[in-house]
Design a binder for this molecule. Sequence first.
Ligand SMILES: [Mg+2]
Length: 227
Amino acid sequence: MKQVPVDDFDLFRRLLVDADALLLDFDGPVCSVFAGYPAPVIAAELRTLIHDAGELPPPEADANDPHTILGYAAELSPALGRQIEAALQAGEIEAAKTATPTPGAAELMATWHATDRPLAIVSNNTTEAIRGYLAAHDLSTYVDHIQGRDPYDPTLMKPNAHLLTEAAKALDVDAAYCVLIGDSTTDVQAAHALEVPAIAYADKPGKHDRLVRAAPALLLTTFTPSC
Ligand SMILES: [Mg+2]
């Protein structure tokens, strides 16, 4: 298996210098969205809606991930998919109000913005939740475009490369000259599909091995090496 550099900040700088645009995943690299309103709580609410609609719950392995439940519901029926999408949007907008900032993320966004190159948030979260968080934390000026999930088609969420392609289009840059920072293997997979260099951000030890196996160009455990 290819060796993945870890916390190599010279490489981090080089990857950023070489890019025309920065694509930044939201939950993880920017903030911990579900810090105050945990994802498993939202997932339980979504499972109740599925149960109330007379459908079987999702498989146990998927039961605590709201986005997986959304995909599951949409496969059961388009109407249930729309209902779960609406409930998840409301949950994410609420969760974003108590999200906690990722250390160093605001500084990274400000530093990038100062180089006069565009930045897009590319996220499986709903656009409204992201917009609300950015406004509340005075980060909106650093973000040129928010590419949240398509509310009409959950199959377009990452690992599908669709959101990255759309973000690059909106920024009017070639996707191949972007760099992506994300904290999930699905981020790395979506980036690989477009040959976009992927920087994995592993703020929790549990994520480290999984992300290394996805073979990103670099893995960072922090944005603030001096701390
Ligand atoms: Mg993430």
